[in-house]
Design a protein around this ligand. Structure first.
Ligand code: SF4
Ligand code: SF4
Length: 367
């Protein structure tokens, strides 16, 4: 077991990492592996914990890891506010400014891409040490691994005090025992993450020119209190049940709807955990009934349970990258809102949605 030299200056006791993710991408396990790796293979003291909601795919997840030398004790057990390394598992999470809170001149940021690098250039704050990008989702699909192991490889490269071999070892200890058949793919995912991570420089890097605004301050990360919480207790942040943009949870696959095959049995609707299917009154084989009009992909997290239950293969698994313009994409007009909308309107904006008004009208109530 080698002893790692942490890149911290004299005034700082810890090397701190914050993982920003969404349920289903494996950030919780990634944090646990990093914590164990520090103790078992780097000769450090380490701590690791996560914060998440209902353990449901699509909810926000944060992971916090601290390392320090063996001769010190970790006495701080609070979330990491000003990280040395911030790891954003999916670029869409950058829409939430609290994700970038507390980043400063000692912070390196890794962003998992799912699109072009140009899409994120304006979202990276100024005044940070460096920003790196990795096509984590694509690599995970090609290697039959998960985004979390690709990120582990990328993190090892950026941190510099952790060897690729150390990450392979912890992967073998953790995943190799439980899923021996998946080990080779995961090791390949780690290797590609390590080798393919790139620093964001040049014209796409606004922060490199010092023109982008600085990251939000620590207070953005401190959460809501009496004076700052949105009205009505609505949680307007990314991945919450109100905003519900679950698209970053998808791991490259979506259900494709083949309408001609659909017999409108409704099994997909009763199986889908996120009310993606849009059934409306209509006709099928000359009978009046509720018919399946399409899917609201904005709320689809790509679990593909609907594909499993459809009795006539009217839903099939497809590669999302091959279907950028999704046929039968039917946004749910009641639910598509931006976080800003709820911050401005609070709970009232939600309960006066069209479905609520319709319900009241049907019940003969005043609206
Ligand atoms: S389960 Fe298949 S056949 Fe049944 S409503 Fe859904 S898409 Fe149509
Ligand atoms: S994959 Fe199917 S079941 Fe899963 S969230 Fe999307 S529509 Fe619903």
């Amino acid at each position: 077991m080698g002893k790692a030299k942490l890149p911290v200056n004299g005034s700082s006791e810890y090397y701190e990492i914050r993982l920003e993710s969404i349920g289903g991408l494996g950030a919780n396990l990634c944090g646990k592996m990093l914590g164990e790796l520090g103790v078992k293979y780097l000769g450090l003291n380490s701590s690791s914990f996560s914060s998440y909601g209902s353990e449901k795919t699509g909810t926000p997840v944060k992971g916090f890891i601290r390392y320090c030398d063996k001769d010190r004790e970790i006495r701080v057990h609070s979330p990491v506010i000003s990280p040395n390394l911030l790891v954003v598992f999916h670029q869409a999470l950058l829409k939430d400014e609290s994700v970038l809170a507390g980043c400063g001149e000692n912070t390196e940021i890794i962003v998992g891409l799912d699109g072009g690098v140009n899409e994120i250039s304006g979202q990276i704050p100024g005044g940070i040490k460096a920003c790196y990008v990795i096509n984590a989702q694509q690599i995970a699909m090609e290697t039959h691994s998960r985004i979390n192991v690709v990120m582990l490889g990328a993190m090892a490269k950026v941190m510099g005090f952790m060897e690729l071999e150390d990450v392979n070892q912890i992967c073998g200890d953790t995943l190799g025992k439980k899923y021996p058949d998946a080990l080779q793919g995961n090791l390949e995912g780690i290797r590609r993450g390590y080798e393919e991570i790139k620093e964001l420089t040049g014209s796409v890097s606004e922060f490199a020119k010092g023109t982008a605004e600085k990251a939000p301050g620590r207070e953005t990360a401190s959460g809501w209190g009496y004076a700052t919480a949105p009205e009505g207790g609505i949680n307007p942040r990314f991945g919450s049940s109100v905003v519900s943009d679950l698209s970053p949870s998808r791991q490259g696959y979506i259900p494709l709807f083949i309408k001609e095959r659909c017999i409108n049995c409704g099994l997909c609707d009763s199986t889908c955990p996120d009310m993606v299917f849009q059934f409306v009154p209509g006709k099928y084989k000359d009978k009046e009934m509720m018919v399946n009009k399409g899917l609201d992909y904005y709320h689809c997290k790509g679990c593909l349970r609907c594909v499993e239950v459809c009795p006539v293969n009217a839903l099939v698994r497809g590669l999302e990258a091959e279907h950028p313009y999704k046929e039968y994409f039917l946004p749910n007009k009641d639910l598509v809102r931006t976080p800003d909308y709820y911050l401005k309107t609070g709970a009232d904006g939600y309960v006066t949605s069209e479905s609520y008004l319709t319900e009241k009208r049907m019940g003969g109530g005043e609206v």
